[in-house]
Design a protein around this ligand. Structure first.
Ligand code: SF4
Length: 83
């Protein structure tokens, strides 16, 4: 039986890169007319940036979403009603 070694850091990095690719593909799938305006996205992201529910991996603890994805759709809303 082969004894395979693995690096936990490399495994995590690989998972993060896969997550980023998935998030980007979800974002790309949102039609331009269904997206919030650039100003509105910026306002939402600035609010999230200082929010106590924001986690270091870019997700929101209140809803579990990736913030970049949550703030993009026009009709999206903050689970804590901050935007
Ligand atoms: S979506 Fe709302 S609750 Fe979540 S990090 Fe942003 S402002 Fe905070």
């Amino acid at each position: 039986m082969e004894n395979k070694r693995f690096c936990r850091a490399c495994e995590l990095l690989q998972q993060m890169m896969s997550d980023v690719a998935n998030i980007q593909s979800y974002m790309d799938a949102i039609a331009p007319e269904d997206r919030a305006s650039d100003d509105e996205q910026t306002r939402r992201l600035e609010t999230c940036k200082t929010c106590q529910h924001r986690l270091v991996d870019g997700t929101c603890f209140a809803c579990g979403c990736y913030i970049a994805l949550r703030t993009l759709p026009k009709h999206s809303a903050c689970p804590k009603k901050k935007w």
